[in-house]
Design a protein around this ligand. Structure first.
Ligand code: HEM
Length: 456
């Protein structure tokens, strides 16, 4: 009998905590014999409201905490209109991720399909998913291999930092979003921030993001319904950009060498799939990456020795280059401590809390319960732990895993690393208002992470 699982990974601060939600579980044979213990909550809404209850993203939140202590690492629930199993067991999560298309399949709740569209990589399965994924991998390979792309990223970073010169206070989340949005729009569509299309996409995209994790009520005026409309508008804008490019290419035959060109020349994707591909790239490449950057600054503001060590690393790299020379891939590879800082910010900040899967076959699973203290002093930001700890282990999956592992993870890290390179050598900063990242469960700094900055 086929079962539908939806798994949400809460990459828990506690280290051992990876939450997963499993939908429509029916006869699910975990090592509990039948279905795990738990509660379906209210009719219709189930436990969705408790799940969505805001909490600091550096903690597990009461939804997970309460049920975890009552039922253990794996429990049943009812979320986003469907029966669900939530797993906080990294062995089970790993097992599920590694068995994509064999035992499990990506399955986001139906309302999310309504917003993302049926051709989105996040919801596509089987051959459609493979086709779209290979496109995403080729986008990242193109970016890594072309110096021009890397230079663009760096120019965007220095552009933002230069604009701080006469300021003493910055709303950092806004700056970080500007940076990552400009990077991804340039990389995928070849657009600069000043172009009207860019502004229009950004505006609609913000509405789209707000509705992505909201109550799925398609009633005019709700964030969900606004998101569905915003998606239609972005889709029309992207189609217009594609058309414009086709017309220009036909007129003067001087082709740009950006990714849109690669996308245009692809005959394996339909027009709808091309539009969805652009949306997926924006979705993946924008908010998550800017949040990682914000998390890095947030945690570093509390750790002067990590800042000092980063400074040494980046000044050394700068000394190896001619003045004003752009960074390249090799420089990025040399940023070893920066990698540790990013890993630790990902671990402590829990940017992506969950992913969804369904079971396509009955599953027998023996959970090997791991030591609850996988990360010593788990609540503490300690980038040095990554100098000895394997970042590819089961207990660290900030980018998912298996055949759906995030294709953009290296691009995200590179963007953050390049930004840090210039930031650390030019500015000192302090977080104002004691702000902390909150999970709604979609993670956000409520007041936008205000920083006081000064040149150094
Ligand atoms: C810090 C930054 C990022 C984080 C934390 C992150 C996290 C994730 C996670 C957890 C998944 C797995 C979803 C699942 O299994 O259902 C994923 C998938 C994905 N990410 Fe990222 N991501 C980041 C940056 C990016 C960037 C920069 C891009 C694009 C340029 C991107 C594009 C995608 C796409 C297209 C998928 C779907 C892959 C598939 O289904 O095969 N992400 N990401």
């Amino acid at each position: 009998m086929a079962e539908t699982f939806c798994i949400a990974f809460v990459v828990g601060l506690m280290g051992f905590l990876l939450g997963s939600l499993v939908y429509h579980f029916l006869p699910l044979f975990l090592n509990f014999g039948t279905v795990p213990k738990g509660n379906f909550g209210w009719p219709f809404l189930g436990e969705t409201l408790s799940f969505l209850k805001p909490h600091p993203s550096t903690s597990t939140g009461t939804y997970i905490q309460d049920r975890f202590s009552r039922y253990g690492k794996v429990f049943k629930s009812h979320l986003f209109l469907a029966p669900t199993v939530v797993s906080c067991d990294e062995e089970l999560n790993y097992y599920i991720l590694q068995n994509e298309d064999r035992l499990f399949q990506c399955s986001y709740p139906k309302p999310i399909h309504g917003i993302l569209g049926k051709s989105s990589m996040l919801v596509a399965v089987g051959d459609t998913h493979k086709k779209l994924r290979s496109m995403a991998l080729s986008l990242v390979t193109t970016m890594k291999s072309k110096l021009e792309f890397l230079n663009d990223i760096e120019k965007n970073a220095t552009g933002i930092l230069d604009s701080w010169k006469d300021k003493s206070q910055i709303a950092f989340c806004e700056e970080a979003r500007k940076y990552t949005f400009n990077v991804i729009v340039k990389q995928v569509l070849g657009l600069t921030p000043e172009e009207p299309h860019t502004k229009k996409i950004l505006q609609d995209f913000l509405t789209f993001m707000k509705g992505l994790i909201s109550l799925p009520l398609n009633i005019p005026g709700t964030p969900y319904s606004k998101a569905v409309q915003a998606r239609h508008r972005i889709s029309s804008t992207v189609k217009a950009i594609i058309e414009e490019r086709r017309r220009r290419n036909a007129e003067n035959c001087i082709k740009k060498s950006d990714f849109l060109e690669v996308l245009l020349c692809t005959d394996t994707l339909s027009e709808d799939e091309k539009v969805s591909f652009v949306l997926d790239s924006l979705l993946g490449g924008y908010e998550t990456t800017s949040l990682l950057l914000a998390m890095v600054l947030f945690f570093l503001s509390q750790d002067a020795s990590a800042v000092d060590q980063l400074k040494v690393e980046h000044e050394k790299i700068r000394r190896m280059k001619k003045s004003l020379e752009f960074l390249d891939w090799e420089d990025y590879r040399r940023m070893e401590f920066t990698q540790c800082v990013m890993n630790e910010a990902l671990r402590c900040g829990n940017i992506v809390k969950f992913v969804h899967r369904k079971a396509i076959k009955d599953v027998k699973f023996r959970a090997v319960h791991l030591d609850p203290s996988l990360h010593s002093k788990a609540l503490q930001f300690n980038p040095w732990r990554w100098q000895t700890q394997d970042q590819t282990c089961k207990k660290f999956t900030p980018f998912g895993g298996g055949s759906r592992c995030c294709p953009g993870f290296e691009l995200a890290k590179l963007e953050v690393a390049f930004f840090i390179h210039h930031l650390i050598q030019n500015y000192r900063w302090k977080v104002e208002d004691d702000e902390q990242p909150m999970a709604y469960p979609y993670v956000e700094f409520q007041r936008g992470l205000k920083l006081s900055v000064e040149c150094c």
